[in-house]
Ligand binder design. Structure first.
Ligand SMILES: N[C@@H](CCC(=O)N[C@@H](CS)C(=O)NCC(=O)O)C(=O)O
Length: 234
């Protein structure tokens, strides 16, 4: 059994989709990140970066004690290695897949996250920040579009992989963030294909329950104030 510590966000969906794709038994443990549950000591023990999602595998491959994993890229690779699925084993295809997972983790996710923060959530609208991250997000959509034009199928090649599962949930934010996939025809084609997968639909349906209103309290919790109070300045 795998415990999934989770909220329904792009990073959370990566792992609910992966678990649905794998058909592994799992139990969802909601973490209400708008109410500060990511700072609870028991959650920090498995996710020291106070971010969801994280997993605890109660039947790890080495037969040892329960094993926890945080950071979605690491979780996707862990689950792929556990099951032998969605991560090719030959050197070139494996490396290409990992490269695109890293690209998502270091680029697409954080930049769309920052664009969403400044354009949609921040109380103060700062034109420089909005433009900076909008340009960067547009550049990254362009990179993804060219890559999908090259493969003609999925992000890392002709097979659906953890690279697709990493990228897809963040591209779901495109409309809210003011992008249209008409500008990125290869992304548009890929997006429709991934979204149509029943396992993706099932992963997206997990835990719509934990959404709280995004009010002043949630802002304080999520935009640094609570981290300073609970964790100190580092
Ligand atoms: N790099 C991390 C990012 C995780 C992340 O940013 N999670 C967000 C939700 S999408 C979160 O937990 N936010 C809580 C907070 O900001 O306090 C990963 O890929 O796991």
């Amino acid at each position: 059994m795998i415990d999934l510590h989770y909220a329904p966000t792009p990073n959370g969906w990566k792992i609910s989709i992966m678990l649905e794709e794998l058909g592994l038994p799992y139990r969802v443990i909601p973490v209400n990140i708008r109410a500060g549950e990511q700072f609870r000591p028991e959650f920090l023990a498995i996710s020291p970066n106070n971010r969801i999602p994280a997993i605890v595998d109660h039947a790890p491959a080495d037969g040892g004690t329960p094993f926890s994993v945080f950071e979605t890229g690491a979780i996707l690779i862990y689950l792929a290695e556990k099951t032998g699925r969605f991560l090719p084993t030959d050197m070139r295809r494996r490396s290409r897949t990992v490269q695109w997972v890293m690209w998502q983790m270091g680029g697409l996710g954080p930049m769309l996250g920052q664009h969403g923060h400044f354009a949609l959530y921040a109380a103060e609208k700062i034109p420089y920040a909005i433009e900076r991250y909008r340009d960067e997000a547009a550049r990254l959509y362009g990179v993804l579009d060219r890559q999908l034009g090259k493969t003609g199928a999925y992000v890392a090649g002709d097979e659906y992989s953890v690279a697709d599962i990493a990228c897809f949930p963040w591209t779901m934010t495109h409309k809210a963030q003011g992008f249209t996939l008409d500008d990125y025809p290869n992304v548009k084609r890929w997006y429709a294909a991934v979204r149509a997968r029943p396992q993706v639909q099932a992963g997206l349906a997990i835990g719509k329950f934990v959404k709280e209103p995004f009010d002043e309290e949630a802002r304080k919790v999520m935009f640094g104030k609570m981290a300073k109070e609970v964790l100190g300045k580092g």
